[in-house]
Design a protein around this ligand. Structure first.
Ligand SMILES: C[S@@+](CC[C@H](N)C(=O)[O-])C[C@H]1O[C@@H](n2cnc3c(N)ncnc32)[C@H](O)[C@@H]1O
Length: 197
């Protein structure tokens, strides 16, 4: 591997995939908390295999449609439960049998590219969803959160998410922040959490 191919130098979205890939074995359960245009849902569906299951959430009709189309085109829609609901409700959709049983939970915050920029993830539901996702993670399971601060409301959500994650018990969760220090503008960054016990 050359230096430029190493995960640390990848984009936040790519880093999220690289961190989740090793825990996504065939037959496992994974969650896309913000399906959007379906890129992350497709990635998870490819990884969980024929016997695995992906739960994908989004509140927007346009996102559900875009994700469904992407999955149909790839022939992987059977592996995915596509749910038009807030990710804050993920526990009630997945059920108590999912507690401690999910390999990966992916969040990609902000707005749906190409759609209404007024529909964004917000701290209230995002923090509830993070807590639910953490309760669902199996030991060694991974949660990734791609965070955007360049849109109205993004900085407030990012601050709330960081403050919340800083308070996680380090004997149960290992939380990391991967962020460019010198890119101009407000590039997205990654928060990654591994359940250690
Ligand atoms: C940046 S996009 C996600 C991109 C997506 N992961 C992909 O691969 O294309 C953020 C998405 O979060 C969705 N969203 C906003 N609030 C939400 C909520 N409470 N629950 C679930 N999804 C939400 C938006 O509708 C939008 O589609």
């Amino acid at each position: 591997m050359t230096q430029s191919n190493m995960p640390i130098w990848a984009s936040a979205v790519r880093q999220a995939h690289q961190l989740c890939a090793p825990v996504l074995e065939a037959g496992c359960v994974a969650i896309d908390a913000t399906s959007g245009n379906g890129h992350d849902t497709l990635f998870l569906a490819q990884r969980v295999g024929k016997t695995g299951k992906v739960y994908a959430f989004d509140i927007q009709d346009a996102a559900i449609k875009a994700t469904r189309k992407r999955l149909l085109e790839s022939g992987l829609s059977e592996r995915v439960s596509l749910i038009q609901a807030s990710h804050a409700e993920m526990l009630s959709h997945i059920g108590p049998r999912g507690l401690g049983a999910v390999s990966a939970v992916m969040f990609n915050l902000g707005y749906l590219p190409g759609a209404d920029h007024d529909v964004i993830t917000t701290a209230g539901s995002t923090l509830d969803a993070i807590d639910s996702g953490l309760a669902l993670l199996r030991p060694d399971g991974v949660m990734t959160i791609v965070v955007y601060t360049g849109h109205v409301g993004g900085r407030e959500e990012a601050d709330a998410v960081e403050t919340h994650i800083v308070s996680l018990d380090p004997s149960r969760y290992d939380a990391r922040l991967l962020r460019s220090m010198n890119r101009s503008g407000e590039p997205p960054y990654l928060i990654a959490i591994r359940r250690v016990a």
